[in-house]
Design a protein around this ligand. Structure first.
Ligand code: KG4
Ligand code: ZN
Length: 338
């Protein structure tokens, strides 16, 4: 990063069920978080077992201006001090994305500020720039969220290429669905990982789909189905069995994620390995990657746990690396890819 650049960026994120705004200051070659406001809708969607798009959009409309105002107040920043606005334009739920993008465009017009549309997947990767600003390239990142499971090769700070992906469910989706099968609640990832800490990962021998396949792709639907078959045989599992099931499922998912990512790291001779996305908050995944990278002598980077799940800090950091475009050209794209 250019050591002389000084800038303040407002990030806005509303791709799914979190309404978020953040102010990030760039100076002396470092990113500094001045505020990071996330208004979560988990409590609202919990009773439906997943995000209901129409309800999410209505709540974004209600929350977005208060969240932005709070981010400015917490950072003690006036709109005049902002250099640009970075807003998530996709991928995500179209009606949720529209709220953030329309708000950013309106503020851009009123405050006379440039606006840059942000790819949410790239933003997840850029969460790594907050804690680690001397990443060596080529780098390889495992991006694991509720909607995506991808291995991304980074040639430098801005050139990203997808080299592997899930052929069916995303890893976070598998955590959420297994939690649903066990009637544990939503979102499943944090609940499963909490229960897994008390269970035996060797109690059940779940499949490790595609672990030896000759590519860098994943499959999680088979793993979820093997949990389903087992749950059918155990209609009223006790707490110990639920803990063991959670630990065995988690171990199986982490084994596959690690095996494929490290295989790709070797193939592409990566100098840095990175984690990103909501599932990167998983402690077993974090520990496994840290240990394996150390053993192989590869640098390892992961965002702070609160920057793994959706937030606007990562959108603001992505904004530093993204050119603004004319307001009329900024469009929502729910299917945007890396
Ligand atoms: O990145 P994110 O906040 O939203 C998307 O862009 O999808 O990821 C949410 C996903 C959910 O599937 C959630 O269950 C999962 O991340 N997750 C976890 C953990 N914390 C969140 N999965 C496993 N272990 C965790 N500790
Ligand atoms: Zn996300």
């Amino acid at each position: 990063m250019d050591q002389k650049t000084k800038s303040i960026i407002l990030g806005i994120e509303s791709s799914c069920d979190e309404t978020a705004a953040a102010i990030v200051k760039i100076s002396g070659g470092k990113f500094q978080i001045l505020s990071n406001i996330v208004s979560s809708q988990i409590e609202i969607h919990k009773k439906f077992g997943g995000v209901v798009p129409e309800i999410a959009a209505r709540n974004h409309v209600k929350n977005i201006l208060p969240v932005i105002e709070k981010s400015l107040a917490k950072a003690k920043i006036k709109p005049a001090q902002i250099a640009k606005i970075a807003v998530t334009a996709g991928p995500g739920l179209i009606t949720s994305l529209l709220v953030g993008v329309q708000t950013a465009k309106t503020l851009g017009r009123v405050w006379q500020k440039p606006v840059c549309p942000i790819n949410h997947l790239k933003a997840h990767l850029y969460a790594n720039w907050i804690s680690n600003q001397s990443l060596k390239f080529p780098a390889l990142c495992l991006l694991v969220s509720g909607g995506h499971t991808e291995i991304i090769l980074l040639k430098n700070q801005t050139q990203f290429k997808k080299v592997g992906q899930t052929l069916d469910d995303a890893a976070g989706e598998a955590f959420d669905k297994v939690a649903q099968l066990l009637k544990l609640g939503y979102p499943g990832g944090p609940i499963i990982s909490r229960l897994a800490a008390k269970g035996n990962p060797k109690a059940f021998a779940f499949a490790r789909p595609m672990i030896n396949s000759n590519d860098f792709n994943f499959s999680f639907s088979g793993l979820k189905t093997s949990v389903l078959y087992l749950v059918k045989k155990l209609p009223t599992p006790d707490q110990k069995t639920i803990n063991d099931l959670s630990a065995s499922f988690q171990q199986s998912a982490v084994d596959v994620l690690a095996a494929k990512t490290f295989k790709a790291a070797k193939f592409y001779q990566a100098k840095t390995l990175m984690l990103s996305g909501g599932v990167a908050a998983n402690l077993l995944l974090r520990q496994t990657f840290a240990k394996k990278s150390l053993a192989l002598g590869i640098d390892f980077s992961m965002p702070d746990i609160n920057l793994c799940t959706d937030n606007a800090v990562m959108a603001a950091v992505a904004g530093y690396f993204t050119q603004p475009i004319a307001l009329a050209k900024i469009k929502v794209n729910p299917n945007l890819e890396i």
